[in-house]
Design a protein around this ligand. Structure first.
Ligand code: ZN
Length: 160
């Protein structure tokens, strides 16, 4: 049964509300994650709790329990001079900015117009209702090392 500190293997397809497929993992290449530590979005993790090997489930995850609401204030126009001189600013570049208070926010460069750089701190799936169809393929106890690292190791998991 899926509970905290188990490593779970699932296959899934993820679609948005328009039925477009956003992501998937097949039975031959399942996602492996450590349950209970927030390695996957909260709404999905909650829905998987207590399932058994072989369970299938359709899970609808609202933005607040997925990748967050879309926050217009995180779309920011900044200037080339705000970046360190040795950084070549390119579209698609990702970076982390210190917002003060010890808070960090990931941003992506969306557009460059002359000296103006448009950045977006929203996750690409922010604001999306996520429609998962999942099947539980494996469940095992996590190793000490996995618990210390806070993620699953091995095929489909984290590689060092
Ligand atoms: Zn690790």
């Amino acid at each position: 049964m899926i509970k905290n500190n188990t490593v779970v293997g699932i296959s899934y397809t993820l679609k948005n509300s328009d039925g477009e497929e956003l992501d998937s993992a097949g039975a031959g290449d399942p996602l492996q994650y450590l349950h209970g530590v927030g390695q996957i979005v909260p709404g999905l993790e909650k829905a998987l709790e207590g399932l058994l090997i072989g369970s299938t489930k359709d899970v609808v995850v609202p933005p607040a329990e997925g990748y967050g609401e879309h926050v217009p204030q995180l779309k920011i126009k900044t200037e080339m001079s705000m970046f360190p001189k040795d950084v070549e600013v390119k579209i698609g570049m990702e970076f982390t900015a210190d917002l003060g208070d010890g808070k960090h926010q990931n941003f992506k460069v969306e557009k460059i117009e002359g000296n103006e750089v448009f950045i977006d701190g929203n996750h690409p799936l922010a604001g999306e209702t996520l429609h998962f169809a999942i099947e539980v393929l494996s469940i095992r106890e996590a190793t000490e090392e996995e618990l210390q690292h806070g993620h699953a190791h091995g095929p489909g998991g984290h590689h060092h």
